[in-house]
Ligand binder design. Structure first.
Ligand SMILES: Nc1ncnc2c1ncn2[C@@H]1O[C@H](COP(=O)(O)OP(=O)(O)OP(=O)(O)O)[C@@H](O)[C@H]1O
Ligand SMILES: [Mg+2]
Length: 148
């Protein structure tokens, strides 16, 4: 299924994150795509906030993965931009850690490496406006997105 929504400003992205945090099942994997500065890390920051994590959320560009303990369980945040070989995602322990996670968010991941994931593409429309496009083959995730 595919669905797109318009986010006129950052407050709309924050509100979307809150709805996603409520709608997405435990262990859901979000593959975040879109150009530099599209708002991938910003969306993860608001997801963490919505899950009740009070700490700082920064880009894991150099560390590749951050784990944020939230009251609902761990939020994993990976950025594979610097990964030469997608197979290295396995070496990160990403797949093992994902099993007990509340949510997994992967910037610059490849959808084919995450079967059953939710693709979240952020398309800049202006300085502050974004279009978000969801795509998934997973029935449970499709239902969650349809209900957003
Ligand atoms: N509607 C919006 N949604 C999200 N971010 C927005 C929006 N409008 C403006 N912004 C701003 O756009 C920037 C997005 O930066 P961010 O680091 O989240 O991008 P990114 O997609 O993670 O980039 P990178 O590919 O470098 O990791 C932030 O400065 C944020 O404040
Ligand atoms: Mg980022």
């Amino acid at each position: 299924m595919e669905r797109s929504l318009s986010l006129p400003d950052e407050a709309a992205t924050r509100a979307l994150a809150a709805r996603l945090a409520r709608a997405l099942p435990k262990g859901a994997v979000l593959v975040l795509s879109g150009p530099l500065g599209a708002g991938k890390t910003t969306l993860v920051r608001y997801l963490a906030e919505a899950l009740g994590f009070a700490g700082r959320v920064t880009s894991p560009t150099y560390t590749l993965m951050h784990v944020y303990p939230t009251p609902e369980g761990p939020l994993l945040h990976a950025d594979l931009y610097r990964l030469q070989d997608p197979a290295q995602a396995e070496a990160l322990g990403l797949f093992e850690e994902a099993e007990g996670a509340r949510l997994v968010a992967v910037e610059w991941g490849r959808l084919e490496d995450f079967p059953g994931a939710l693709l979240v593409e952020l398309v800049p429309r202006s300085e502050t406006a974004r279009e978000v496009r969801f795509k998934t083959e997973d029935p449970a995730l499709a239902r969650a997105i349809a209900r957003l």
